[in-house]
Ligand binder design. Structure first.
Ligand code: NAD
Ligand code: DAU
Length: 379
C-alpha cells in the first residue's frame, strides 16, 4: 500500500525533473542489440572501456544482423565483455535467467517498421506488447528476490519507445505528459508496451524508465526506412518511391545521439519517468531527399510520387526541455550526420547489398510494385 502510494506520488506532474544521482550499471541486458539503434548503443558502451559487461538478447529477425557488432567482436578487450544470446524477448524461459544476472535491462527489441505493421500487424503485438510484458514480469521476479535478500537491488528497465505514440502533431511540440494517440499498428503496439511499463511502476513500484526518440538515421540502418532505402536505391540509379506529395515532416536524430541519450536517461533519470529524445532537425521528406541526392550527385528525376501510406502521420515534433534539464545535449548536426551516413553506405556496400536480396525482394515487391507502376512525376 505504502509502496503504491509512493509510486503514484512519483508520477505527480508537478515533479518536472525527478532527477536522481548518477548510477553506473555494471551488467546490462540489451535486448534487440543486433538492430540499428541497439547495436550502436552496444558499440558505444563497450567502446568506453569502463568494464561494463553486456549480454545481447536478439531474435535475429530480418532486421537483426550480428555483423552490426563486428567492430566490438573484433576487439578482444570489448569482445570479452560481450555475450550474444539468440532468442525471443517473448519467451520467459530465455528471458528470466538473463534478467536475473542483469543490473539493468535496456529494451530495444521491437518490430519497428510502420509499413510492415500495415501489411502484417501480428508480429508487432507479440514483440512490442507481449515481449515487453515478459521482460517486466522477469524484473518483477527479481524485485521479489531483492526484497527477500537474494540480490542487492531490483534491475532497472529502460523501455525504448518512440515519438509516434503521440500520433500526428499538426502544430506545436509534444511534451511528455501529452495524451498518447497512436495511429498505426506499430505505434499502437509501442504505446501499449510503454503503458504496460508505466503500470508496473504504479502497481508494483518497479524501477522503470521510458524514452521516446524521434526519427533516427545513421550507419547500419536496415535499408527499408526512408533514408537508407533512398540512399541505396539512388546509388544504383533505381526509382525512389516518395509517399504522396512528400511534404510530411519528421524530426531527424543521429543514431549515436539517440543511443547516448538512452544511456544518459538510464543512468540519471528517476524511476517512473519518461523522456522525449528529439533530434532538433525538423524537415519535410522532400527536403531530406533533395539533400541526399545532392550529396550523391544523383538527379531528382529518380524520385517518383507513389500512393501514400494509409493513415500516414503528417508530422512529429517534440520538446526536449526535460531531457536538457537532465543534462543531455545532442552532438551531431543534421548536415554533417547525413553526409557521414551517405559516405558510410557508399563505403559499406558489402553490408547492405546482401540484405537487399531474398526476403527483401519479396517485401519490396509487395510494398512497392503496384505503387511504382502507378507512380507520377514528383514535381
Ligand atoms: P531495428 O528494427 O533495426 O532492430 C530491432 C532489433 O530487435 C533487431 O535486431 C531484431 O532482430 C530484434 N528483435 C525483434 N523482435 C525481437 C524479439 N521478439 N526478441 C528479441 N529480439 C527481437 O529497430 P531500431 O530502428 O534499431 O529500433 C530500436 C528501438 O527503437 C525499437 O524499439 C523502436 O521502436 C525504437 N525507435 C526507433 C526509431 C527509429 O527511427 N529507428 C525511433 C524511435 C524509437
Ligand atoms: O519517429 C520515430 C519512428 O521513425 C520510429 O518509431 C520507427 O521505428 C521508424 O521506422 C520511423 O518511422 P517513420 O514511419 O517515420 O519512418 P520511415 O523511414 O518509414 O518514413 C519516414 C518518412 O518517409 C515518412 O513520412 C514516410 C516516408 N517514406 C518512407 C518510405 C519507407 C516515403 O515517402 N517513402 C518510403 O518508401
Amino acid at each position: 500500500m505504502t509502496q503504491e502510494r509512493d509510486a503514484t506520488r512519483m508520477h505527480d506532474k508537478s515533479r518536472t525533473t525527478a532527477q536522481r544521482g548518477s548510477r553506473r550499471y555494471a551488467r546490462l541486458l540489451v535486448t534487440g542489440g543486433a538492430g540499428f539503434i541497439g547495436s550502436c548503443f552496444v558499440r558505444d558502451v563497450l567502446g568506453r572501456r569502463d568494464g561494463t559487461h553486456i549480454t545481447v538478447l536478439d531474435k535475429l529477425t530480418y532486421a537483426g544482423n550480428r555483423s552490426n557488432l563486428a567492430p566490438v567482436e573484433a576487439d578482444p578487450e570489448q569482445a570479452a565483455r560481450l555475450r550474444f544470446v539468440v532468442g525471443d524477448i517473448a519467451d520467459p524461459e530465455i528471458v528470466e535467467p538473463l534478467v536475473a544476472e542483469a543490473d539493468a535491462v535496456v529494451n530495444f527489441a521491437a518490430e519497428s517498421h510502420v509499413d510492415r505493421s500495415i501489411l502484417e500487424p501480428v508480429d508487432f503485438l507479440r514483440t512490442d506488447v507481449l515481449g515487453v510484458h515478459v521482460l517486466l514480469e522477469a524484473c518483477r521476479k527479481e524485485q521479489a528476490r531483492a526484497r527477500a535478500g537474494g540480490r542487492a537491488a531490483t534491475p532497472r528497465m529502460l523501455q525504448v519507445s518512440t515519438d509516434e505514440v503521440y500520433g500526428s502533431v499538426e502544430t506545436g511540440e509534444s511534451v511528455e505528459d501529452d495524451r498518447l494517440e497512436p495511429r498505426s499498428p506499430y505505434s499502437a503496439a509501442k504505446a501499449a508496451g510503454e503503458l504496460l511499463v508505466r503500470s508496473y511502476f504504479i502497481t508494483y513500484g518497479l524501477d522503470v524508465v521510458v524514452t521516446r526518440g524521434s526519427n533516427t538515421y545513421g550507419p547500419y540502418h536496415y535499408p527499408e526506412k526512408l533514408i537508407p532505402l533512398f540512399v541505396t536505391n539512388a546509388i544504383d540509379d533505381q526509382q525512389l518511391p516518395l509517399y504522396g506529395d512528400g511534404r510530411q515532416r519528421r524530426d531527424w536524430l543521429y543514431v549515436a545521439d539517440h543511443a547516448g541519450a538512452i544511456g544518459h536517461v538510464l543512468e540519471h533519470a528517476g524511476a517512473g519517468e519518461t523522456y522525449n529524445i528529439p533530434g532538433g532537425n525538423e524537415r519535410a521528406n522532400r527536403e531530406v531527399v533533395a539533400t541526399l541526392l545532392e550529396l550523391l550527385g544523383k538527379p531528382w528525376s529518380l524520385v517518383r510520387s507513389v500512393e501514400d501510406r494509409p493513415g500516414h502521420d503528417w508530422r512529429y515534433a517534440m520538446t526536449g526541455d526535460k531531457l536538457a534539464a537532465l543534462g543531455w545535449k545532442n552532438k551531431m548536426s543534421f548536415e554533417v550526420g547525413l553526409a557521414a551516413t551517405v559516405d558510410w553506405y557508399l563505403a559499406n556496400q558489402g553490408w547492405w547489398r546482401p540484405i537487399k536480396s531474398g526476403e527483401w525482394e519479396e517485401y519490396y515487391r509487395r510494398q512497392y510494385a503496384t505503387r511504382l507502376a502507378g507512380s507520377r512525376d514528383a514535381g
